[in-house]
Design a protein around this ligand. Structure first.
Ligand code: AMP
Length: 194
């Protein structure tokens, strides 16, 4: 695809064990700011969300947060960004985050991140979009997830082509070049999906 202007990053509202995940979020933030690629994210100032947002702002980049009003207080809405959209519901949040971005990147995260990832790849499976979805599997964090998806395919509950609905990379440096090289996935026919 052409140069992405914005990336939606799904990631944890916690920082996880060790320092590795924070370093990864900072590295991605650094690449995005240097390449002039804006961040669209869940608008929280905590966890990896806050780490990447602060890094991008400190590096002179653009940060667009989208947070539902009921989480604005709990997730301590990040007000140091370029824009913060406060929306009514989680559904509105996820739709607006999707509409505002050219591609989606998944960093380590928890159940909310998994929900967001599965929604975006199932929307792609149903041909509602063909935006690139990049999973950053740094230090094998997402290995069990990838094994689970392979298992689902092996057991006949998803078409083998579903493996192409996302691309797995292992470092922040690969994210933007992988998006630039992205070609829309080969679509399974409806009879293979259902
Ligand atoms: P987590 O990965 O659980 O730390 O959450 C990361 C982000 O996903 C946070 O901004 C959460 O608000 C959001 N989130 C948490 N639960 C859900 C959910 N059920 N659906 C969509 N987003 C969620």
């Amino acid at each position: 695809m052409a140069d992405p202007k914005t990336l939606c990053v799904y990631c944890g509202s916690r920082t996880g064990e060790g320092d590795d995940h924070e370093t990864l979020a900072q590295e991605l933030g650094d690449f995005m700011a240097k390449e002039g690629v804006g961040l669209v994210f869940g608008g929280g100032g905590i966890g990896l969300m806050g780490v990447i947002a602060r890094k991008i702002m400190a590096s002179g980049g653009r940060v667009i947060g989208v947070i539902p009003e009921h989480l604005d207080r709990v997730e301590i809405g990040f007000r140091g960004g370029t824009e913060l959209h406060v929306v009514k519901s989680m559904h509105e949040r996820k739709k607006l985050m999707f509409d505002l971005c050219d591609a989606i990147v998944v960093l380590p995260g928890g159940l909310g991140t998994l929900d967001e990832l599965f929604e975006i790849i199932t929307w792609s499976q149903l041909e509602l979009h063909d935006k690139p979805v990049i999973i950053v599997n740094h230090a094998g964090y997402w290995d069990p997830l990838i094994s689970l998806i392979d298992h689902v395919i092996d057991q006949g509950f998803a078409a083998p082509e579903c493996r192409d609905l996302f691309t797995v990379v292992s470092s922040a440096a690969e994210v933007i070049p992988t998006i630039r090289a992205h070609k829309p996935p080969v679509r399974p026919s409806d009879s293979e999906i259902f």
